[in-house]
Design a protein around this ligand. Structure first.
Ligand code: SOE
Length: 387
């Protein structure tokens, strides 16, 4: 039997469920050198904690995540907490020599993200050589993985345009004042929640960094919301929508748009790349499909190809670990695929697709910050001025 990789998870809400499922499934679907074990679950609510641990198969529980640092059995600490509780546990666990996998965005503020990046750089050089990972799960949709391969093979040639949007519709005035609508917990609203995903994905696919933000708009449309469990109203002090225009190092133009107020779009994480030799586009609401237009085809037959990215025989990323062609995957499979790549890296193997560490995720955080500065100062911002 393979050696155990003991995982501790901090947080047991939405991401706690997605990550618990990933750690439970990963060794069923992937042949890996290490066996991920659900060792300890840490969360504040003692009553909820025990129920969740039993339901999701966590062996031990604690209401104090700080105790994980001294638990020599724990190798990897997985952080699924709100944005304002990413930095302190990440840094504490890295200093204790643990590997850390943290939910996106890296942090709610650039200062926190920078401190995490610095702690990761120090830990990586320590004798424990601790590694870091950030759960930008959409990179592990097979269709996004195929897009990444096509760009690397030069099938699009030089990239001219990136058009990305992440549109949801759950943020209307009837949505209560959740942590995601409060700056002290979230840092930003749709921007850090949704633009974070598409900025990461754009950087991942293009393979370059953003160099300039040309202009941005930040809007808070719903300025107060009902405080959960009360009839009182509280201030929603984060953005409901942020749009911005950018340039990549190689000259590609880019547009990014995130909102939680787009009726008709429920989880519409979409991106399109237009290059000199072709185009591709992906939308998570049809997550198994990649659209590809080969611009080198004769005009007679040139057009969008709808590729179902579920074919092991076709070499589609992760497809061989799942089901026969067109027996499609869902949201949770991206997390299982990522858990597999984390275990591979901690086993000394290569991931199937590049994994963002804290340094990589910090570059995304810089772009997010630069867009906010551009919106607030109504001017173009060079990324060289946002460190
Ligand atoms: C809420 O907008 C949310 O849960 C995001 O936080 C996740 O990252 C995304 O996958 C789904 O929507």
């Amino acid at each position: 039997m393979s050696r155990a990789l003991n995982v501790a998870l901090i947080g047991q809400k939405f991401m706690g469920r997605a990550h618990s499922n990933a750690w439970a499934q990963v060794n069923h679907f992937f042949e890996l050198p290490l066996r991920a074990e659900r060792h300890t679950l840490a969360a504040r609510d003692a009553a909820e904690l025990e129920r969740f641990a039993r339901q999701w198969g966590w062996a031990k529980t604690t209401t104090d995540w700080r105790t994980l640092a001294a638990d020599d059995e724990v190798a990897l600490v997985d952080i699924g907490t709100p944005n304002d509780v990413h930095a302190e546990p990440s840094i504490a666990m890295l200093e204790a020599g643990k590997h850390v996998a943290c939910e996106k965005p890296l942090a709610g503020t650039l200062a926190d993200a920078r401190a995490m990046r610095d702690a990761a750089a120090k830990a990586k050089k320590s004798k424990r050589k601790a590694r870091t990972f950030v759960w930008y799960n959409y990179r592990r949709c097979p269709a996004v993985g195929l897009a990444w391969k096509l760009v690397r093979e030069g099938r699009l040639g030089r990239i001219y345009h990136v058009r990305a949007h992440y549109l949801q519709s759950w943020g209307g005035a009837d949505t209560p004042l959740l942590w995601r609508f409060q700056k002290k917990y979230a840092g930003t609203g749709a921007h850090g929640d949704l633009n974070a995903h598409i900025v990461d994905m754009a950087r991942f696919l293009v393979g370059e960094e953003v160099t300039t933000i040309h202009g941005a708009i930040e809007r808070t449309f719903v300025k107060e919301r009902t405080i959960p469990g009360t009839k009182k109203k509280g201030k929603s002090d984060v953005d409901d929508a942020v749009l911005f225009l950018a340039s990549f190092a190689g000259g590609a133009s880019a547009s990014f748009e995130a909102t939680r107020l787009a009726h008709g779009h429920q989880n519409d994480n979409s991106i399109e790349l237009n290059g000199e030799k072709g185009s591709l586009r992906f939308s998570f609401e049809d997550m198994n499909v990649l659209w590809f237009c080969d611009g080198t085809q004769p005009l007679e037959t040139r057009g969008w190809q709808r590729i179902m990215c579920t074919s092991a025989g076709g070499g589609h990323p992760y497809a061989k670990h799942w089901w026969p062609d067109a027996h499609v995957l869902g949201y949770e499979h991206g997390f299982v695929n990522m858990a597999a790549d984390i275990v591979r890296v901690l086993s000394g193997e290569a991931p199937e697709l590049p994994l963002p560490d804290f340094e990589d995720a910090y570059q995304t955080q810089r772009v997010l910050e630069a867009a906010l500065v551009s919106a607030r100062e109504r001017t173009a911002i060079s990324l060289s001025d946002v460190r």
